[in-house]
Design a protein around this ligand. Structure first.
Ligand code: ADP
Length: 272
């Protein structure tokens, strides 16, 4: 980048909300994948550096006189634990993202029931978030067709989307989850929350890695900024579609539409 051989041409533009953006275009006119890669590594390193610096700082303080005070020691250890968990979540998401990307062009071969998977995920969420379990209302239409999918990835997709609705929903308002068939016979999974919503100019960018509407809010609810990037890749790998509809002050609805296994078999995409 910025090398003297001028492989990159810079073009500027504006986003819908008037922010200036700079695109780097390579000689064939493509957006610079290289710039995305450099940004990604820089962002990921920054995200890891912050909690790491905090942990090191607390270790240093514990080594000094603060380590003698049991109350302080407890508090510092709690903070260090929270920071280490944050790093762990980020590293797990980075690993997921690179695995999914590596498999992007290989259609998963397993036929499975999304209904059963959703029931399992809903039970896991209820067990992990017992005080809020009653807030998640799940409706699954009967006799839905199977999909072709990677079970672990589809489970992660369900977890990420329901998790976001719980993270960004307003306390005391319900999260509704529905699975059914849409008029064009696609399996349609929708998660709706009654949270603060997302302004329209952010919506096209939410699936970019580390893009957050409110970085402080995302971090305080345990977000890594990678959840929707992971969802997008999983949806693409499964030949599906992702739609985000939101109104500020009203809430957000995220829908994933997936083709049933039989439709893929009829189209010759998979063996029947
Ligand atoms: P994060 O780990 O920050 O939640 P995601 O990739 O899952 O990362 O989401 C990116 C951003 O999209 C979030 O930081 C948040 O600003 C916004 N977002 C995602 N889901 C919702 C939602 N249901 N309601 C409001 N904002 C949301």
């Amino acid at each position: 980048l910025g090398s003297p051989d001028q492989r990159w041409e810079m073009r500027t533009g504006e986003t819908a909300d008037g922010a200036r953006i700079v695109h780097l275009i390579d000689q064939s006119g493509n957006y610079a994948a290289e710039k995305m890669r450099v940004d990604f590594v820089a962002n990921a390193s920054h995200e890891l550096r912050t909690p790491l610096a905090s942990i090191l700082g607390f270790i240093e303080t514990l080594n000094e006189e603060a380590g003698e005070d049991p109350g302080l020691r407890r508090r510092f250890l709690d903070v260090m634990f929270a920071e280490a968990r944050r790093m762990q979540r980020l590293v797990e998401d980075l690993i997921s993202l690179s695995r999914i990307e590596a498999e992007k062009y290989r259609l998963p071969g397993e036929r499975l029931s999304l209904s059963e998977l959703l029931e399992d995920v809903a039970a896991e969420i209820a067990a992990a978030h017992s005080p809020r379990a009653q807030d998640v209302a799940v409706t699954i239409d009967p006799d839905l067709p199977e999909v072709v999918g990677d079970e672990a990835q589809l489970s992660q997709l369900l977890h990420n989307l329901i998790g976001n609705a719980m993270k960004y929903g307003r306390a005391g308002t319900p999260v509704t989850v529905a699975l059914g068939l849409d008029p064009s016979n696609l399996l349609r999974f929708t998660v709706t929350d009654e949270g603060e919503g997302i302004a329209p100019q952010h919506i096209p960018r939410l699936t970019e890695r580390f893009y957050r509407v409110d970085p402080g809010r995302s971090r305080s609810v345990g977000g890594t900024g990678l959840g929707l990037a992971i969802v997008k890749h999983i949806v693409e790998r499964h030949r599906g579609r992702l739609d985000i509809v939101s109104r500020v002050g009203v809430g957000t609805s995220v829908t994933v539409a997936l083709p049933p296994a039989d439709a893929l078999a009829e189209a010759g995409v998979i063996k029947g």
